[in-house]
Design a protein around this ligand. Structure first.
Ligand code: NAD
Length: 308
């Protein structure tokens, strides 16, 4: 992978997720070409229920990335009033389809559908989001070789590894604090850090004195969903900071349409943290771009596994 770290004015290294993601996508495309030559074309099916605009954008980007990687890519768009039974029937059909190696049901699903039930219907071997309890369990017992790991934490780990490598440090033995304990980011991130031999603390909404918990961390991963909640002066000098948060907040002035501008910020006060951190991911352009490329990497892994 090309160098993905850029020195900032404050002295911190800025971890370029766009460059890292492009490198992963290029590797996946290469791996897919080899697998196609061996007779298997990786296939990804994305299922979208309803018309949520953000979900439509995500699904479109996922389809585009799949095509860039040379995959067989299909999208199933179902109306918002699709019944749970019909959605589950579609998942069963995709489970049985040998041309499909990865199935992704875009979340959130409409309220009348039990998301967990749908996710648990996906065959664990095709669960490229890594949300099935079998994959969560494999990750929890440290069996990353058999698990499909959730994309955002997997991508965050790559950025962290690159930063640590560049700083000449090892993750092993570091104090790592993950702020947030969701099943899709916080918990799997903590498991990944543990499997890299970090000493891991998971902080959450009931954690007492979060500032001092974060202050002792060599590695901070923020996955909370509260704009700039982790303050700059909570960061231990020289720590590496991975900001998973993506929050849209009010910007300055009006856009071309005369509407108030908005901007994206992370869960970390970037300007303050960059003064103390050795390396930090920006928002946007940090962890965000990694999620889709890790989805492609998981689809390639799932396809490779069908050949043993
Ligand atoms: P979530 O709402 O499921 O979980 C948030 C977690 O933060 C919870 O575990 C909660 O305990 C914790 N929390 C809430 N308030 C807190 C507080 N005051 N102090 C400490 N902890 C607190 O969110 P999520 O799905 O894990 O997402 C977290 C963030 O990551 C969001 O900003 C989301 O947009 C972003 N995200 C980004 C990507 C990506 O592709 N980069 C993917 C998924 C999520």
């Amino acid at each position: 992978m090309a160098d993905i770290l850029v020195k900032s004015e404050s002295g911190a290294l800025i971890i370029d997720g766009k460059a890292a993601s492009a490198a992963v996508l290029a590797d996946v495309a290469k791996g897919a070409a080899e697998l196609i030559a061996a007779g298997i074309k990786p296939g990804l099916a994305v299922v979208l229920v309803g018309e949520d605009p953000a979900s439509q954008v995500y699904v479109k980007s996922k389809g585009k990335a799949a095509e860039t990687c040379g995959f067989h890519s299909v999208q199933h768009t179902l109306s918002a009033d699709t019944s749970q039974a019909d959605l589950i029937a579609l998942v069963h059909k995709l489970n049985a389809d040998p041309a499909i190696h990865g199935i992704l049901v875009q979340l959130p699903l409409p309220k009348h559908i039990d998301s967990q039930l749908v996710l648990e219907t996906i065959s664990p071997s095709k669960d490229v989001d890594g949300f099935h309890p079998v994959n969560a369990g494999l990750l929890a017992i440290g069996d990353r070789k058999r698990a499909l790991v959730p994309c955002t934490p997997a991508g965050s780990l790559i950025l962290l590894q690159k930063a640590m490598e560049s700083l000449g440090r090892s993750i092993a033995g570091c104090d790592a604090v993950v702020v947030g304990r969701s099943n899709i980011v916080g918990k799997p991130m903590a498991q990944l850090l543990l499997s890299e031999n970090a000493t891991v603390t998971i902080a959450h909404s009931r954690t007492k004195d979060l500032a001092s918990v974060v202050k002792r961390a060599d590695i901070v991963v923020a996955a909370v969903g509260i704009p700039e909640m982790v303050k700059g002066d909570w960061i231990k000098p020289g720590a590496v900071v991975i900001d998973v948060g993506i929050n849209r907040v009010a910007g300055e002035g009006l856009n071309a349409k005369g509407e108030p501008r908005t901007k994206l910020v992370g869960d970390v006060d970037f300007a303050g943290a960059a003064k103390l951190a050795a390396a930090i991911t920006p928002v946007p352009g940090g962890v965000g771009p990694m999620t889709i490329c890790m989805l492609m990497a998981n689809t390639l892994t799932a396809a490779r596994r069908t050949k043993g």
